[in-house]
Design a protein around this ligand. Structure first.
Ligand SMILES: *[C@@H]1O[C@H](CO)[C@@H](O)[C@H](O)[C@H]1NC(C)=O
Ligand SMILES: *[C@@H]1O[C@H](CO)[C@@H](O)[C@H](O)[C@H]1NC(C)=O
Ligand SMILES: *[C@@H]1O[C@H](CO)[C@@H](O)[C@H](O)[C@H]1NC(C)=O
Ligand SMILES: *[C@@H]1O[C@H](CO)[C@@H](O)[C@H](O)[C@H]1NC(C)=O
Ligand SMILES: *[C@@H]1O[C@H](CO)[C@@H](O)[C@H](O)[C@H]1NC(C)=O
Length: 432
């Protein structure tokens, strides 16, 4: 026994000192597929690149509305729009395992998928999961603490003997069914007793391709939180640039659950516990364009402390949304620094655009989080909206500010749930 654990320790030590891959210790990695990639079943060949991008950009605005804050005490009745999340992942449920393509959602907790017998389901690719044919499927007891945390029923045992979940969305659509535990397979890991929702009824405007949602939020019943029984409470991702070409890509974005070795040159900022704990909140202090620093507070009252947890970091939103005042100052400063003729966004979504060839140099732009300065590159700031035009991939919002996925491209972004820290490290994600 002692000998074998020593062997394991030595093996781990060898792995963690091996160079190259930042994956270390106890962790596993999966691929993330952008929904607009040609490999994705969402891919619509009839749309041009700019149309696809236009859709993704517009989704940012509908997404931003959902971050208004949930009603207190109803975390699982989240006010979320179902057509969200920009990345897909493979996950297998049950024994024998049933593989589904699900939306990876850092903005929700409970994972769910459509199950048999479905009284009302939308069409999705592949067959429906049949809980009866899985030997590891186990409904959650209505008297359990798990059920009390998830069910919106005051007395979950009153109607049915099994625990029921109900998720409703801002547009009136909903998903409901049974809370159960199942063995799931993610990458090369088999994970037992994972709480999820087996949905027997869905209504509304669900996207007809994905079979369900994998919740990667910060709440107790998100997949990441539950994975703590298997790997340390951390996950990270490395996002490759927005899919531009119509060629099959052999590169994909990556997500790692568990330990990751950031090495030198990483910066970290505290994750702030704000209700609902589903979202990953950080504290935005300001943004610099060159040496010009723009602070979030207006300094009319310097004794007023900066609000902690004033921004969320989300992989499912494409644009970065800044508070209106800060956005306006930022756009002006950037425009002054670039100092070439601006253009109109052909799709009328974004506000600061240029002819791509005219933007020969982009000033240094730094996002100042509490304790972490994140330096953005051209690819994080500007998005190619048509053949010749690039636009600033930022927008103003009166809702909760969001750091979107374009600003996170080619960073290793690590969420440490145990130590409540978020880290960034500049990385070539295509080489990971
Ligand atoms: C999901 O699995 C299918 C079939 O094995 C594979 O072709 C596809 O590349 C996988 N997608 C991701 C995102 O891992
Ligand atoms: C749930 O607990 C209550 C009180 O302990 C008990 O009366 C009831 O029979 C239990 N219900 C089920 C379905 O186990
Ligand atoms: C789901 O909701 C529908 C409509 O409100 C209801 O008829 C059905 O009984 C619910 N199903 C479950 C399993 O809760
Ligand atoms: C912005 O905030 C930083 C840190 O709090 C401070 O050092 C700096 O003086 C402020 N700059 C301006 C222009 O207000
Ligand atoms: C400035 O903020 C402090 C703390 O919030 C508050 O007590 C004070 O009244 C404010 N002063 C002014 C002039 O608004």
């Amino acid at each position: 026994m002692a000998l074998s654990s020593l062997a394991i320790a030595i093996t781990l030590a060898i792995f963690s000192t091996a160079g190259g891959s930042p994956v270390s210790g106890d962790s596993f990695t999966i691929n993330l597929l952008h929904r607009d990639s040609i490999d994705s079943p969402f891919y619509d060949g009839s749309m041009s690149f700019s149309q696809r991008l236009g859709h993704a950009l517009r989704r940012s605005f509908t997404n931003a509305k959902r971050f208004k804050s949930h009603q207190k005490g109803s975390t699982y009745q989240a006010d979320i729009i179902p057509d969200h999340g920009e990345f897909l992942l493979n996950v297998s449920y049950g024994k024998p395992s049933h593989k589904v393509l699900a939306i990876a959602d850092t903005g929700s907790d409970l994972s769910w998928m459509q199950c048999k017998p479905c009284t009302k389901c939308y069409k999705h690719k592949g067959s429906l999961f049949n809980p009866k044919s899985s030997s590891t499927y186990q409904p959650v007891d209505c008297n359990s603490t798990t059920c009390k945390a998830i069910s919106i029923d005051e007395k979950p045992c009153s109607s049915l003997k099994t625990c029921q979940f109900y998720e409703s969305y801002a547009d009136g659509s909903f998903s409901n069914g049974t809370v159960a535990t199942e063995t799931i397979t993610l990458g090369d890991r088999v994970l037992t007793n994972i709480v999820f929702g087996c949905s027997f009824s869905n209504d509304g405007v669900f996207q007809p391709t994905w079979a369900g949602i994998v919740g990667l939020g910060g709440g107790d019943y998100s997949l990441v939180s539950q994975l703590r029984s298997f790997v340390p409470g951390k996950f990270s991702y490395c996002l490759i640039p927005f899919p531009v070409t119509n060629e099959l890509s052999h590169k994909s974005s990556k997500m790692t659950f568990g330990d990751i070795n950031f090495g030198p040159n990483a910066v970290s900022t505290p994750l702030v516990p704000v209700d609902p704990i589903t979202y990953y909140y950080v504290t935005l202090e300001g943004i610099s364009v060159g040496n010009k620093r723009l602070n979030i507070s207006d300094h009319s009252n310097s004794s007023k402390p900066l609000e902690k947890g004033n921004m969320i970091v989300d992989s499912g939103t494409t644009l970065t949304m800044l508070p209106e005042k800060l956005y306006n100052k930022f756009e002006t400063a950037l425009k002054d620094a670039i100092n070439v003729r601006t253009m109109k966004d052909p799709q009328k979504v974004l506000s600061l655009c240029y002819r791509a060839t005219k933007v020969t140099s982009v000033p240094k732009v730094t996002i100042h989080f509490d304790g972490a300065d994140v330096e953005l590159r051209r690819e994080n700031l500007f998005v190619t909206v048509s053949k010749h035009i690039v636009c600033l991939a930022f927008a103003p919002t009166s809702n909760l500010p969001v750091m979107g996925n374009l600003a996170q491209i080619n960073f290793l972004v690590g969420f440490d749930l145990d130590n409540k820290m978020l880290s960034f490290k500049r990385t070539d994600c295509e080489k990971m």
